[in-house]
Design a protein around this ligand. Sequence first.
Ligand code: NDP
Length: 455
Amino acid sequence: MSEYDYDLFVIGAGSGGVRASRLAASFGAKVAVAEERFLGGTCVNVGCIPKKLLVYASAFREELKEATEGYGWSVGEAQFDWATLIENKNREIERLNGVYAHLLDSSGVETIEGRAVIEGPNSVSVAGRHFSARHILVATGGRAFRPPEIEGIEHAITSDEAFYLEDLPKSILVMGGGYIAVEFAGIFSGLGVEVCQLYRGPLFLRGFDDDLRAHLADEIREAGVNLVFDRVPTQIERCSNGVRVTLDDGQILEADYLLAATGRIPYSADLGLEKAGVKVASNGAIEVDEYSQTNIPSIHAIGDVTDRMNLTPVAIHEAICLANTLFADRPMAPSHACVPAAVFSQPPLGTVGLTEAEAREQGFKVDIYRSSFRGLKQTLTSSRSRTLMKLVVDQETDRVLGAHMAGHEAAEIIQGLAVAVKAGLTKGQWDATLPIHPTLAEEFVTLREPVGLID
Ligand code: NDP
């Protein structure tokens, strides 16, 4: 009989925690997972899944416009009901919560409701109950961050609340220039809300390829979102109709809500980490080695709480590697290279590999292939929306280092191309691939001439 109650005690039943629990159990480990809020974590409850459903809902406005403008359809006056959408979305999330409960149960993982606190390298407590474990895994994710230096920031909502608003606002201010800000600005704008997005820098989506950022800003402005860059709120007050926001240049803006989409921080406070001697960075991120092990050998951490690359598939990948390392005698270090990502803006962005700036910083001499064009679907409509595609190619080896796209189905297209970029295929191999005609994606294998021969 084992000297511990469990081989693995997981704190947090989000994407990473659930995958680690189930896989460890399938390798024969005795596993428990504690969860204080909801099964499925951020992704299922207040992240990827409900966000994508809202993105789908908001895209119909443009599709209806295109259908009636150019494709011979006539429909009566279109009506949208927010309450119906939120109710349907909530029902789907409840279904997914049930699926997660079933998956854990059928894998033989014990689910414990409540907040777990680490008591020592091998002990955990949940609501007064004490458990011992050979390994402890912290997979508690992150929480929305609101900049405390802004006076009245408590009047701002975060994405958590935006998913549950009772009524569709008439107007909203979105603060931030990252994934969440851009995605929610698109959602609300598509649903007919007057949207103003405030970002503190000169151009949003820092870290993405510069051509994509500039292109998306043009597209979003064209779609009617008021983009205000190089500005930050200094004061937020409640007013009769919502919020009154003073910007750093003295401008005053009013809207029903201010959505603070100003990042997320690791959810590591009051978990007992200090007591157990686990090293935590100043932003709350749990420090781990390449195998997701903390400085205390029996305690491990994966996902957003480690602030490595805060994406659901990355947390799942880290979970798979950890379970193999601990319970299958197959040490696996997660790879954070060449991870594809998408921003579900309107139009969406898809990206994999190095941006042009990153490639140059890393010393590559690169050829850039770029194309901006109007998609066939738009030709019968008044839409001026354009698609942008870009390849970053290493001159020396001909390897495609990065592929980037802004336009319809960018996420779907880049997911396929990510295989080629991850595999290190050359531009010559891309060119040898025949296109599917007519598609947007075919442009990626028919880009023949590099632009701006700077190098
Ligand atoms: P991000 O870190 O992507 O963006 C935060 C934004 O807020 C940045 O534009 C940042 O500006 C700005 N900001 C931060 N602090 C302040 C401040 N004090 N005052 C004004 N502006 C500020 O976070 P998100 O909240 O958008 O998303 C959190 C994480 O969730 C992301 O890192 C992403 O990994 C994940 N996510 C992924 C999605 C996807 O895969 N599609 C969708 C949604 C979230 P600056 O750039 O200048 O630092």
